[in-house]
Ligand binder design. Sequence first.
Ligand SMILES: [Zn+2]
Length: 422
Amino acid sequence: MPYHWPKDTDFARWELDVLDRDCPFCGRRMHICDHRYRHFHTLEGPVELVCKLNHCPDTACPGHAKTKSPELEITIALPKMAVGWDVLCWIGHRRCSRHWSITQIQGELWDQYAIPISADSIGEYIQRYQLMLAAHQEDPEALRLQYEAVTEIILSIDGLQPEKGHETLYVVRELTQKRVWFAAPLISATADEVRRLIAEAKTRAAALNKNVGLWVSDRQDAFVTGIAAEFPGVPHRYCENHFLRDVAKPVLEADSHAKVQMRKKVRGLRKIEQTVLKQQRVSVPEVRVDADTEPPMAATVGPMNSPTPEADSAAVVILDYCAAVRGIVNDDQGGPLHPPGMRMAEALQEVRESIQRNLDEKKGGSQRSNSPGSRVASTAASAKFEPNTRRSAAMSKTSRKSRRPLTPKEGAVRLARRGSSN
Ligand SMILES: [Zn+2]
């Protein structure tokens, strides 16, 4: 669809000549016979490009009926595009390297460069950019240069599903140079289709004149048979990662079950928090004002010096624990070597021990519970479980927007602020 330019667009005018003006048929010097105007966006503003078209003055020469366009036009903008190369690359880079959404790209182009482009067009530009990127990746000359000093290569193949429901993308990588060689989406990965990819890898290795020393993949039948057929005598090692994952499967299943049980047991955080916040509101309303008006760091220090330290610091500690525990039960990180459920059990155990230390401290020193000593003890206790819950807190929904993981204290303050604002 042609791009619609507003009538009052202020174009910068660029003129472009043909460089080689000798007629390709008879060698005469060609004349300018016409001008072609085209318009596109650059990052510096809209441009009107005037292309001077040449043809041979000799009416009998085949070069007379055929016009020649300036050679450099294609280096400024691709044919029929409403953007120059700079804008195209800007879009492609934001998409492929920074993973921006089309809406985000569209918004930023408008905000920063006043370039209005439809989402459809941006989608199309991204496709073209990807095509060029792929072509560049597969450039045989670039590949040859990279592999000049390599004597033996290691190939691997694996299927991955970029999005659920899409066909699986089979990727062939070379491991010594850590480079994707090529990829192909296969709707049904039959042995024949997979073998075609392996044969393709063989052709490319041969074109580079490199010896394949090893293949690495999982134990999918099509890989095993295809590699054996195309690369007889080349060792085929099963990928450690897949192997480990398969071995760990029953463990992970049990682990996931244990996690569900733990989550069932650790419940009612919200209720505890609400109760604490309610009490805070009733007993020390000025703290609420503090938390609202001061930055979180100051607010965490505030309660320590506030006039009613005992009730207040107890409330902060309880909220700390709630934030920490919420982080722990929402944390799904961990692989076969340190399953999520194990991590959860360890973290919860630390919290339990920490609470116990606080309780012991209170029993032993209740008469001096208002002294600095008890405060040190309670902050020390929360500091004890902090390193472990730091990552959990970072995963929890309450703090996902934070640049840096929240400490339990800060998390608690956030909750307090949220609670008091409504
Ligand atoms: Zn001619």
